[in-house]
Design a protein around this ligand. Sequence first.
Ligand SMILES: [Zn+2]
Ligand SMILES: [Zn+2]
Length: 124
Amino acid sequence: MKRKTSQRAAIEQVFCERDRPLGIEEILESGRLLVESLNQATVYRNLKLLLENGWLRQVYHPSLGTLYERTGKGHHHHFHCRLCNRVYDLPGCALNEKEAAPAGFVVEDHECFLFGVCPACREK
Ligand SMILES: [Zn+2]
Ligand SMILES: [Zn+2]
């Protein structure tokens, strides 16, 4: 008998195929195509495991809420397409923390979202 894809493997596959930060609904929708038994509770349970073992990290988006992305990419920023609501990774960092904050502020971290229209939506 062929072993069925585990729920966790299905979720991992979704992240590897999309290669961008994902919200719970897209994870659930895409994961269900691989493993039918997936539901919101099982997705959350598996996301929690993948966060705990460091395979995923959370990204807090100002309007989309919590997104999940794969770790190991290094520091980078994100682009939010206002038409398709997808969030894309942007390479590298164009922000100089020392110049961005006034004197007296100690910057420890930053997160940056660019908003606009993605190439796929521009072509429509
Ligand atoms: Zn788009
Ligand atoms: Zn940065």
